[in-house]
Design a protein around this ligand. Structure first.
Ligand code: MRU
Length: 376
């Protein structure tokens, strides 16, 4: 997608040496800064500290992390250590674990002397495939949005967190249909919720602005009011991304997603989840089995911004000894999801719906996933 009018990805191989470059998302929206990742530890730190973030992007970064590790040492012990280090960075987004499993399958059977080059090629393939899959999500999402836009002559979409191109290698998941609608000449406008405490909504606003897509930032707590009002100001659809979709269609995504799904259901607004295959955990029977990341309390206690000269500043808003809880994700039950938008098309958020699109995953799916749907 465009930054200052130039097509840009969120990570790319460096021009010189075995390294990758990334957009440092901790500096956005105030500064556009790139960072060079040259080692396994650089990649692990980038994921842990959220210099890169968003489920598909951390998967691609982890794949390159393995490649960077093997460029230094490629024996079995080095491969196992790289996989373990990267797997421990963040728990909820399954794309990370999917990418590591794919790297292991590709690399472990090969002699160490071949592994470094192969790892580099495999990581590049994961990144390219992610960009292509997100583009397809956009095309399928556009087919869904077009009739909604035709009803009113315009389209209002609400999203949560950042599931745009910054969360992927390119195009985004939830925002891919929005970008496709914009490119198709549809009069589209996006309601962007701030997404406390990390404020990933500010990244969404930044990337929409870069691309010229009309949008409005709202406090998270304003979403219910906006979803409830119909008529000329109605919201046509909510579209969010996902960090892990269980085999029964339950969706883990940024904390606050569940509240939006409840408000959307109450208001009769369709609630869509856009995600590629790498976000579906067919081995996970239901959302109750998804590990939810608990992040540092200081993300609530300390607010980050910048001063008039755009230098970063931090402001403590809660005393250090105040007890806080900071779950980073929540689980939206499948019954609140109108449909999943994937690179293969749309499906119901259910075991049958997912198997209809991905029949090859049948052997991975526990029988309990079907029972969970029957119970719901
Ligand atoms: O904690 P983050 O910023 O990595 O969480 C990101 C989200 O929850 C996104 O909505 C999700 O990854 C969707 S992916 C495009």
């Amino acid at each position: 997608m465009n930054v200052n009018g130039t097509p840009t990805r969120t990570l790319w191989p460096a021009r010189t040496g075995r390294a990758v470059e990334i957009i440092d998302q901790t500096a956005l929206p105030h500064a556009l800064r790139t960072l060079r990742l040259s080692t396994l530890e650089d990649a692990a730190h980038a994921i842990r500290s959220m210099q890169v973030r968003g489920a598909p992007l951390i998967g691609a970064t982890a794949a390159y992390g393995v490649a960077l590790a093997l460029a230094a040492r490629a024996d079995d012990a080095a491969l196992a250590a790289a996989l373990a280090t990267l797997a421990a960075t963040r728990p909820t987004a399954v794309n990370l674990h999917w990418a590591l499993a794919r790297m292991q399958v590709a690399l472990a059977p090969r002699p160490p002397a071949e592994r470094a080059d192969l790892a580099w090629r495999e990581a590049a393939a994961i990144a390219d495939e992610d960009a292509a899959q997100c583009r397809h999500i956009g095309e399928h999402g556009l087919a869904l949005l077009r009739p909604l836009a035709e009803r009113r002559g315009r389209l209002d979409v609400m999203t949560h967190c950042n599931a745009g191109w910054l969360a992927t290698v390119d195009h985004g998941t939830a925002l891919a249909p929005v970008y496709a609608a914009f490119e198709a000449g549809i009069d589209v406008h996006v309601w962007v919720s701030e997404t406390r405490p990390r404020n990933q909504g500010l990244l969404t606003a930044w990337e929409l602005k870069q691309h010229g897509v009309p949008h409005t930032l709202i406090a998270d707590n304003a979403a219910g009011l906006l979803l409830a009002r119909g008529g000329a100001n109605a919201i046509d659809a909510v579209i969010v991304g996902a960090d892990r979709i269980a085999a029964n269609g339950d969706v883990a995504n940024k904390v606050g997603t569940y509240l939006k799904a409840l408000a959307a259901r109450e208001s009769g607004v369709p609630f869509y989840v856009a995600a590629p295959r790498s976000t579906v955990d067919f081995a996970c029977a239901s959302g109750t089995a998804i590990p939810i990341e608990e992040r540092a309390g200081d993300e609530l206690r300390v607010v980050h911004g910048c001063d008039a000269a755009l230098a970063p500043v931090q402001v403590r808003q809660i005393p250090a000894d105040e007890a806080v809880a900071n779950p980073a994700f929540d689980v939206t039950p499948a019954r609140l999801v109108s449909a999943l938008i994937t690179e293969r098309g749309l499906c119901a958020a259910s075991a049958d719906g997912l198997l209809g699109l991905y029949p090859e995953a049948r052997s991975e799916m526990p029988a309990q996933a079907h029972r969970e749907n029957a119970r719901a």
